[in-house]
Design a protein. Sequence first.
Length: 611
Amino acid sequence: MQLQVINSPFNQEQAELLNRLLPTLTESQKIWLSGYLAAAQPAIQAVSALGTLEAHVAEVPTANAGPTVSKEVTILYGSQTGNAQKLAGKAGKTLEAQGFQVTVSSMSDFKPNNLKKVQNLLIVASTHGEGEPPDNALSFHEFLHGKRAPKLDDLRFSVLSLGDSSYEFFCQTGKEFDQRLEQLGGTRLYPRVDCDLDFEEPASKWIEGVLGSLSEAKGESVALATAAATQAQATESVYSRTNPFHAEVLENLNLNGRGSNKETRHLEISLEGSGLTYEPGDSLGIYPQNDPDLVDQLLEETKWNPEEAVTVNKEGDVRPLREALLSHFEITVLTKPLLEQAAKLSGNEALRELTLPENKEKLKEYAAGRDVLDLIRDFGPWNASAPEFVSILRKLPPRLYSIASSLSANPDEVHLTIGAVRYDAHGRERKGVCSILCAERLQSGDTLPIYIQRSHFRLPENPSTPIIMVGPGTGVAPFRAFMQEREEAGAEGKSWMFFGDQHFVTDFLYQTEWQKWLKEGVLTKMDVAFSRDTAEKVYVQHRMLEHSKELFAWLQEGAAFYVCGDKQNMARDVHNALLEIIEKEGGVSREEAEAYLADMKKQKRYQRDVY
């Protein structure tokens, strides 16, 4: 359809240009253009102009064309590291900009009995560990899958699921929510979307799809809804996960003493000029580079030209192959999707058999501890070209580290505590991508691409509330931030720290700072466990049990209990020790002790930052 000059704000030449351009645009290009117009002009003018454009060119209906539906939308998130929480907030802002009344809530803060009152429900849930819900989704997940879950025949829902395809139970929590809501009678307003580590694009498409479904139900233009969505997103801060700030490294120190078999780096990073802020408990995301030696070994093995141009993203940007392998693609982890796609590329019969459904356990065993270099060596020769091979690789994901400083105490700075990861597997030494970058190649004056990741891990609102902190090894990081913040604020609440590592002499991280806080009364009490200094290994949970009576008394006074560090072993053992203390000192059954802890979680008095 041609534009009519008399009915549009365009002159003849502009109209002809638009008529040639618009039919050639993809949907994503139209969305981008909508957002550009919305961001470039006051919102009402941009949306109005876009509406005129769409009416003349695309003939999108704007009149009410469907039954009246509720404009109230509830968004519940289950988040461990903060990504699901951030995406839930983004979806909320997008919907609010389109006139919806939105409630965004952590699953732990939502009263499950209110679920039957909800008409439009969006779930944003990550999967933690081996297919487990994140901590703040556990109670809601249990309720929904229990006998008390109500029928939800009037519910319309959609699920955004976050996960990591290198794990067997990829996006399991989101899949379970999606299936269960359907079983209870709910109707999908938009299909579930499962996201891998590179979640920005699929998550944005999910938000646009949900917005489109809700807007169509109200008889409104999807184009207008998309413009509002882009306008809402345009107000976000300049630096983010998708636009990291290149921050200067001020200090890079080894915290371990001579003779330690560990290496723990203390990084001090400048935020000057970034406008970035954070709170104690937040994390810092770093976009690392792969080990140049590993990249060069890969190139030598394949005989690919390091300067060959390859595409590095869906926008079509190209880089020399070596640069792409260094900075853009993940080469240290083998996932099931990668191995399945590699089998198609290679034509290798052994690899094809390994990816068959009946060989699931063999595939899992092979992938553990191996990388792309192993894959290339084990299943060659490869007929695929470099561009073909890199097209099946995942984007290099950022690494998250608990922030080890308070912004109040260190203006324009952020500190990190990073343990260097080195181990042997399958005949080769393996190295952590980001931790070894920091340990071996990062110098003061260098820059790192960073962003702030918000967290649910927070100090009590009342500074008089007692706190108990359990953070062995690098798990000490957020508690250093907690103590700096409390010192700056002059908080009067009692504080108790449990720290553990291998050796007192070489591995007591931030020892002088803890001793200073103890001496000055900022820290009330500290107990340490150095597992290799005694014949029998002693860990933080043992120190907790030794002080069970006093620890329970603190809990009874309303103390908040925090755990940071290893999820698989330490956090599980600490949890069990806590249950044992409540059971013994409270004179209650194990079930009652579990209910006590569940109540603490609801009150945000039991928080975990585990990985």
